[in-house]
Design a protein around this ligand. Structure first.
Ligand SMILES: NC(=O)c1ccc[n+]([C@@H]2O[C@H](COP(=O)([O-])OP(=O)(O)OC[C@H]3O[C@@H](n4cnc5c(N)ncnc54)[C@H](OP(=O)(O)O)[C@@H]3O)[C@@H](O)[C@H]2O)c1
Length: 228
């Protein structure tokens, strides 16, 4: 199956974060391919998007099929299932496709709490993904600091900066995605290795949400940066 040029695939798009992104990108007019381990779950998620956005171009598919159909593939599965999910796509991903890593290695992966992270030998979840994708597939890190509830609330802007890390030519299309969502601002996050810093911030933010009683989730803003 050929890729639709503007499409965005979201694997695990049946969960809160992926569905939130699906809603935002669909509202911006981009074709969205929601992936799931079960096609019926993906179809239900696509149905949920269409209930809010009847004109959306959104389809629910099994993860590999969704990944085949878009030049940008966002991984939206929990950290502990990221490696297995990427490995299951080895025969599917093609050179030049961009895989976006959004995973946060929360200690929930090992039965601990969400206020801490676990160490990742490769440095970050994003670098783990980079080590697993087929040659020529480009990996970019983004969206770890954006809260799912904010994404799903289409009545309000998201109000958050998104640090996008990876090689410059790989970052650019993902930075452009951020600009589709009202309130999101893409920040050049430098090389992929910086993902190890960005991923850690999310655990801090989860603590802030608890201490300040912000169930919708807080966001991050960097001040003093020039307009682009
Ligand atoms: N939630 C947030 O506010 C937030 C914020 C920043 C970053 N993130 C990151 O975004 C990603 C998704 O977060 P989420 O809260 O949406 O996660 P989630 O709801 O816990 O899971 C997302 C999806 O992952 C799939 N999944 C579950 N177990 C799996 C397994 N064993 N193998 C493969 N896929 C499996 C499920 O889809 P199917 O059952 O349909 O396959 C599920 O709907 C995570 O990496 C998280 O760290 C989340």
């Amino acid at each position: 199956m050929t890729q639709t040029p503007d499409a965005i695939a979201i694997l695990g798009g049946t969960g809160d974060q992926g569905l939130g992104l699906a809603l935002r990108f669909a509202r911006a007019g981009r074709p969205v391919r929601i992936g799931s381990r079960k096609r019926t779950r993906a179809e239900q998620a696509a149905h949920d998007v269409l209930a809010k956005l009847p004109d959306a171009d959104v389809v629910g598919l099994e993860n590999p099929e969704a990944a085949r159909r878009a030049p940008i593939v966002i991984l939206s599965v929990p950290f502990e299932h990221t490696a297995a999910t990427v490995k299951s796509l080895k025969q599917v991903l093609e050179p030049e496709q961009i895989v976006v890593s959004m995973a946060v290695p929360l200690a929930t992966a090992v039965g601990d709490g969400a206020l801490r992270t676990v160490g990742v030998w490769q440095g970050s979840a994003a670098e783990l993904v980079a080590g697993l994708v087929p040659d020529g597939v480009r990996v970019v890190s983004a969206f770890q600091n954006v809260a799912a509830h904010r994404l799903m609330d289409l009545d309000h802007p998201v109000d958050c900066d998104v640090l996008v890390s990876g090689r410059p030519t790989d970052r650019a299309p993902v930075m452009a995605l951020c600009e589709l969502v009202p309130g999101l601002r893409a920040i050049n996050g430098g090389p992929l290795g910086n993902a190890r810093i960005v991923e850690q911030i999310t655990a801090l933010m989860i603590g802030l949400n608890a201490r300040y009683d912000v169930p919708e989730g807080c966001g991050v803003r960097f001040t003093g940066l020039p307009e682009r």
